[in-house]
Ligand binder design. Structure first.
Ligand SMILES: [Zn+2]
Ligand SMILES: [Zn+2]
Length: 731
């Protein structure tokens, strides 16, 4: 209940119903001692809770030897149960925005204005219970006026732990990239002017630094960041949105403007417009979500700002001013920063079609009630797009997005987050779940922690974790993604897995095994992957026509034939990569997912034509022949059919084929329900085609309502699997 103004809410209700007593925080739980004639009405109101609260349960017990005090008061917090909610950060509410823009308000122009309904939470918390002295707001003792509001039960900021004003609160300053102070007042006018003049600024927000500039400076920004093709998220006011993208649905507007304010991926009105922002058919947009953003936009002439996380690829977002000067001082022209410590890093969350792509600011830490028994469990996550999950006392708690656990800074960030999450929940892991891959750095973290805590290790196969995160029921799971270590030590990624987390999942089907000539090189250069799937003369002449020389072609051929550094994979992502390469859409991957995202952008403009779906039974498993799909694509290409149509045809056929092998799984196992997970399901056409095909066959397909399709669900799936095995006494 913390950070949502629960105690002030109780106080207000007590006053309203003439209740005598006290309210107190015990760790993350609230205890109310109450007496009065209107007790029942009072307790009914309490059970509803304030706007942002999530109430797990309410229990009422008599207090036999208690003398109610006169009046009602809020007592100082005590340490206690830590099962409760570590609240996520909340975007500036409408009332606070009004205060910020109102010249008569004492919050006029103050960037860090907040109240019990809004403001930073997780990003400033050091420990629970959530009180100012355990947050980074402790450095800013409230002034007389702030304290008066804090103590006034009739005020909106009664017991708002983040209350602050120009007098007493955190302050902004504008620096040069070198760190030299330029301005400490009127920073917004100056920053807006610099941005409008084409300068690149680093801006310190709630959960970390953004790198910002206008659309005109996009190419310059991409060059200095070394991300030539990647889409850039933009921030704009709601009234401007209609000039760029198609109208969001009502639900999408509610989400865009609500407590979370995520980045939302929306379709461009003209797919070929604003190419410097996004080469795809869509654009990631968020609305201003802190006082700082609102005040900046009030001065800005440009309709939008590019806002991309400040980090080098694969490393955590920068949170500290000294680090931004050190690491990015030469990249940015100026730095707009503040002096409030960011205790916990938090990237922007990303949503598309109502599904989470990145679960971070505003969503995480996310807490889900689930009975997995009495033992405390930790899931360290996979390698890419990782987060971590803790299970304790009947709840799963998942951290915000951490990143790719492939380098020392991200490993350190994973360890730091595990420490934070176990600390905030007061848990000591007895079981540590991790990926089956023996070489993952996250697996090593799990091994080290198991030694430290004397915990039991529990390896969980990647795609089984995907399905377990969706449901613990028996299902025919469809896991479609890039890579995951399989039972047979090959790379999986297009799997039909029937069963439940407890009984294990049987692999009833998968995509055809394909060769990856050069291993990771085939991921970076998808034409290699194309040759891996179609190692024939036609592919060779296509590559030759694209400038491959004879030596390179000969080496590719020999490498593939001799299987030298050529692993096999059933990955769906690699098939899409190969299709993208076949159609000449993407020949070199410069960021994660580029070939398949570009393929989707082309396919969105095309019309799918029917293709043959070839399924073979091999070793008792249904195998979808992806080589047949690509071969047909190759023929369509030589017939001169337009690339967009071929892209659409390949995507649709692949999706139908996946649904077909899932239906075979339904038939052979008798399990009537399917579950879809994996990063490829973010692709709208593929996802909808799979769900539609299953529905037409009378089979329901469920997805995870609270976790991303991608690997942001893995740590949760690991913990669920370990928990169920533990409950059954198997670990
Ligand atoms: Zn507010
Ligand atoms: Zn103040």
């Amino acid at each position: 209940m913390q950070g949502v103004g629960f105690r002030p809410f109780v106080y207000a209700q007590a006053k309203r119903f003439g209740i005598h007593g006290t309210v107190i925080n015990h760790g993350s739980e609230v205890e109310i001692d109450a007496a009065g004639e209107n007790f029942d009405e009072f307790s009914l109101e309490i059970a509803k809770g304030p706007k942002m609260s999530v109430i797990d349960s309410v229990s009422v017990e008599p207090l036999p030897d208690w003398n109610p005090p006169t009046g009602f008061s809020i007592l100082p917090s005590q340490d206690g149960a830590r099962s409760g909610f570590v609240p996520a950060d909340i975007a500036t509410c409408e009332h606070c925005l009004h205060d910020i823009m109102d010249p008569k308000s004492r919050y006029y122009g103050y960037w860090a204005t907040s109240c019990t309904d809004c403001g930073p939470r997780y990003s400033i918390i050091k420990s629970v219970p959530y009180d100012r002295e355990r947050t980074s707001m402790d450095d800013f003792p409230g002034c007389h006026d702030c304290l008066k509001e804090y103590e006034n039960p009739g005020n909106r900021r009664h017991h708002a732990q983040t209350i602050a004003c120009t007098e007493c609160g955190p302050k902004l300053s504008l620096l040069k990239g070198s760190g030299e102070i330029v301005l400490e007042t009127e920073t917004f006018s100056a920053a807006a002017e610099l941005l409008d003049a084409g300068k690149i600024l680093a801006i310190r927000g709630i959960g970390g630094f953004h790198i910002c500039c206008t659309e005109e400076s996009a190419e310059k920004l991409k060059t200095v960041l070394g991300r030539p093709n990647q889409s850039l998220a933009v921030m704009m006011k709601p009234e401007t949105l209609g000039e760029f993208v198609t109208e969001p649905t009502k639900e999408e507007w509610d989400l865009l403007k609500g407590p979370v304010h995520p980045i939302m991926i929306l379709d461009k009105i003209d797919p070929e417009s604003h190419i410097s922002l996004s080469q795809l058919h869509n654009l990631g947009i968020m609305l201003p979500y802190t006082g700082l953003h609102h005040l900046l936009f009030a001065k800005l002439r440009s309709p939008l700002l590019i806002m991309t996380s400040a980090n080098s690829p694969g490393t955590p977002m920068i949170t500290e001013t000294k680090t931004i000067i050190e690491k990015m001082g030469r990249v940015v022209d100026f730095i707009l920063t503040h002096d409030r410590e960011i205790v916990n890093r938090c990237d922007d969350s990303i949503v598309r079609d109502g599904y989470l792509i990145r679960m971070s600011r505003g969503y995480a830490p996310v807490r889900t009630r689930m009975d997995l028994g009495n033992r405390q469990i930790l899931g360290v996550g996979p390698e890419r797009n990782a987060n971590t999950t803790v299970y304790t006392g009947g709840f799963l708690i998942t951290s915000p997005h951490i990143g790719n656990i492939r380098n020392p800074p991200t490993v350190a960030y994973l360890e730091e987050t595990i420490k934070k999450l176990t600390g905030l929940t007061g848990s000591v892991p007895e079981i540590i779940a991790h990926d089956l891959h023996p070489q993952f750095l996250s697996t090593r973290v799990a091994q080290q922690l198991a030694e430290r805590y004397g915990a039991v290790l529990c390896p969980v196969q990647h795609h089984r974790a995907h399905i377990a995160s969706v449901t613990i029921e028996e299902v025919v799971g469809i896991a479609i993604d890039g890579v995951g270590y399989g039972d047979d030590a090959t790379i999986w990624g297009g799997e039909i897995l029937a069963g439940s987390p407890g009984d294990g999942y049987i692999r009833t089907g998968h995509l055809e095994q394909a060769l990856m000539p050069g291993g990771d090189l085939a991921t970076k250069f998808p034409e290699r992957m194309l040759y891996g799937i179609l190692p024939n003369e036609e592919t060779v002449s296509l590559l030759r026509s694209r400038g491959w020389d004879e030596t390179a072609l000969r080496i590719l051929g020999q490498q593939t034939e001799k299987r030298f550094n050529t692993p096999v994979t059933t990955s769906t992502g690699r098939v899409l990569d190969a299709a993208s390469a076949l159609l000449g859409i993407c020949r070199e991957r410069t960021y994660d997912g580029e070939p398949s995202m570009m393929l989707e952008a082309y396919a969105a403009r095309g019309v799918a034509q029917p293709m043959e779906i070839a399924i073979e039974s091999r070793n008792g498993q249904d195998v979808l022949l992806t080589s047949s799909i690509l071969q047909e694509g190759m023929e369509m290409l030589s017939e001169g059919i337009c690339i967009a149509d071929i892209a659409a045809s390949i995507q649709t056929t692949l999706a139908k084929g996946i649904a077909d092998i899932a239906l075979n799984g339904v038939q052979t196992t008798g399990i009537q329900k399917t579950a879809l997970s994996g990063g490829v399901a973010i692709n709208r056409s593929i996802r909808e085609t799979i769900i539609e095909t299953l529905k037409n066959a009378g089979v329901e397909c469920i997805t995870n309502p609270r976790y991303p399709f991608g690997d942001g669900c893995i740590s949760c799936g690991q913990v669920i699997t370990a928990g169920i095995l533990a409950k059954e006494g198997r670990i």
